[in-house]
Each structure stands twice: as structure tokens, then as C-alpha cells.
Design a protein around this ligand. Structure first.
Ligand code: ZN
Length: 313
């Protein structure tokens, strides 16, 4: 384990995100990092990988910059880079809630809960816990009993909450996300909407999983991450599989990208079902003329025809 993955964000004011991004990219490349960093007027959000020396150099530089005073890095030990390239991109905002009026977490946000406090409140009868990630993230792992908003995109979650107010009214509402960045805004937005008691898991599930008091307990499944690992374990005490195979609904924690390059959807699938469907998430995707599974496995035309005939039988 000579490499590390860093996950971090910091709400601050970056005057010129485009200029900052260009300079930051040059620095990251110079030290040999790989990963994805978003820069906006409201701050920075990144996940990068590198050797221990490279990642330490990066953290040192960030921590010494007054702009990022108080920045917290979540660190995972890994065996190699978790990204292929280095991107730093300016964006209008770090988190898109699809709101008419944005939320500034420095002005309005939910109560910050330590992992231990979060775990305690999670078990309270009057608590409801809301997952503020995408549904495909929820599906491979989540807190036990957490509400899964029925939305295609995270930015549609506020509207969904408005339509389902009764689930949250009069309750102690807890929110959580991967690293904490989405909750900062989302919990603030919920308070603005009039939900009284809203708490957020400070540092996200990434912090909760390593906390010596919680050991990731009450988390079922794995956690989806935005790098080549795809998922990481969270609960150090017990492992309950909640993921279900896209094709047959059996327990599964193996992500694949749909072989149709124009679809590229991430679904859970066993090796066997991936082979049976030639990597396509639907029959249309299986039949796509640039199906990557067929190319990767060097399948003959006859093999492809036979597989499709079986699927259509
Ligand atoms: Zn597809």
C-alpha cells in the first residue's frame, strides 16, 4: 500500500475559478497526482490519488494556503493510482441542487454530527435518515433504514422532498453523503424549507467508516466511490449485501459499465450475467454496433448472434 486516495472539499471563496484551475492543474501534474478536482467561486471539491510522498506534498501545500484553512482530507491507503488522468475543472457550483436560490453553507447548514453522535441518533425512534446521493450509489450500500429518494439525479432531490414532506415533518432528520459536501448545502436547504431539526454526518460516510467508535456499523453493503475502485467497504463489524444484480435480482456488489459506449450506465452484474448479455444493460445496448464487450473479448459474429438469439428466446 504505497499509494493514497484523498477525498476532500472546502467551501471558501475562489475569485477566479478558471485561473485557479489552470494553476492548480499545473501544480498537480508537476507532483504527479491523478484525479478529478472541481473548482467554483464557492470552493473546491476533489478526489485524487498518488504515492504517499505525492499526496503528502499536495496536502501540505493546501493546508499552508490561507484560502483552505481548516481543510480536512479523508485518506484511503491503496495499491496504485485510482485514476488514469489529472483533471481540474472550473464549474459554476460545486454541488448542483437545482435550486432557484442557492444555499451558502457558511450561512445556513444543518447541525454537524460526529460519527458517534450520528450513530446514536440513527437509532432513535423519532429519527428519519435521508440519503442525499444518487440512487445508483444508494443501491450498492446505504445506512440501514435510510430513505432513498426516487429521483434520477441528485439535483432533483429537493423537489422530491417537497412532494414527500410528510416523511420528515416533526422528525429529527439526518442527512449523509459520501464525503459530506452535499449535506452541507442540502441540510441548509432543508432548514430553509422549514424542517426544524436537521443534522448532517460531518465528514460523510468516508469518515464514519474509519471512526474507532462506530467502525462503520449500521451501514449495509459497500460504498460507491468516484474512482477506479468503484466500491469500498464501510462496515468493519458485519457485511450485509444489499446490492442486486441488474439482470436477475440476486445479491451482487460487482459494478460494470454498460458495454454500449453511448449508454455507459453503471449497473450491478455478475460475471456470468455480464457474459450472457454481452455487457449490455438492455437488449438495445447489447446489439449496439460498437459494443465494447464484444471487442474486448474478441467474440466472433456467430458467438454474438447465438448470444442475442438466447436473450430474445
Ligand atoms: Zn446500456
Amino acid at each position: 500500500m504505497n499509494y493514497q486516495v484523498l477525498l476532500y472539499y472546502h467551501y471558501t471563496t475562489i475569485e477566479d475559478p478558471a485561473v485557479f484551475s489552470a494553476e492548480h492543474l499545473a501544480f498537480c501534474k508537476e507532483i504527479g497526482l491523478k484525479g478529478r478536482i472541481l473548482v467554483a467561486n464557492e470552493g473546491i471539491n476533489g478526489t485524487v490519488s498518488g504515492t504517499i510522498e505525492q499526496t503528502e506534498a499536495y496536502m501540505e501545500k493546501m493546508k499552508s494556503d490561507p484560502l483552505f484553512e481548516g481543510i480536512v482530507f479523508k485518506i484511503d491507503a491503496v495499491e496504485s493510482h485510482a485514476f488514469k488522468k489529472m483533471h481540474v475543472r472550473p464549474r459554476p457550483e460545486l454541488v448542483n441542487l437545482g435550486l432557484e436560490e442557492d444555499v451558502n453553507p457558511h450561512e445556513l447548514t444543518g447541525r454537524y454530527l460526529s460519527p458517534e453522535q450520528f450513530m446514536k441518533e440513527l437509532q432513535d425512534e423519532n429519527t428519519v435518515v435521508l440519503d442525499v446521493r444518487n440512487t445508483y450509489e444508494y443501491d450498492v450500500g446505504h445506512f440501514r433504514g435510510a430513505i432513498r429518494p426516487e429521483v434520477q439525479n441528485f439535483r432533483d432531490t429537493p423537489q422530491w422532498v417537497r412532494e414527500n414532506r410528510e416523511l420528515f415533518e416533526g422528525k429529527n432528520v439526518l442527512t449523509y453523503c459520501t464525503g459530506g459536501i452535499r449535506c452541507e448545502k442540502f441540510s441548509g436547504w432543508m432548514k430553509r424549507e422549514g424542517f426544524g431539526d436537521v443534522g448532517q454526518l460531518h465528514g460523510g460516510v468516508a469518515t464514519y467508516s474509519k471512526d474507532p467508535a462506530t467502525k462503520g456499523q449500521l451501514w449495509d453493503g459497500q460504498m460507491y466511490v468516484f474512482d477506479e475502485r468503484l466500491t469500498v467497504p464501510i462496515n468493519q463489524v458485519e457485511h450485509v449485501v444489499v446490492g442486486r444484480d441488474h439482470f436477475d435480482g440476486t445479491p451482487c456488489e460487482r459494478y460494470i459499465n454498460c458495454a454500449n459506449p453511448e449508454c455507459n450506465k453503471q449497473v450491478l452484474a455478475s460475471e456470468e450475467n455480464e457474459a450472457k448479455h454481452l455487457g449490455g444493460c438492455t437488449i438495445e445496448c447489447t446489439k449496439h454496433e460498437r459494443n465494447r464487450y464484444i471487442v474486448r473479448n474478441g467474440l466472433s459474429e456467430q458467438q454474438v448472434e447465438e448470444a442475442i438469439a438466447l436473450l430474445e428466446a
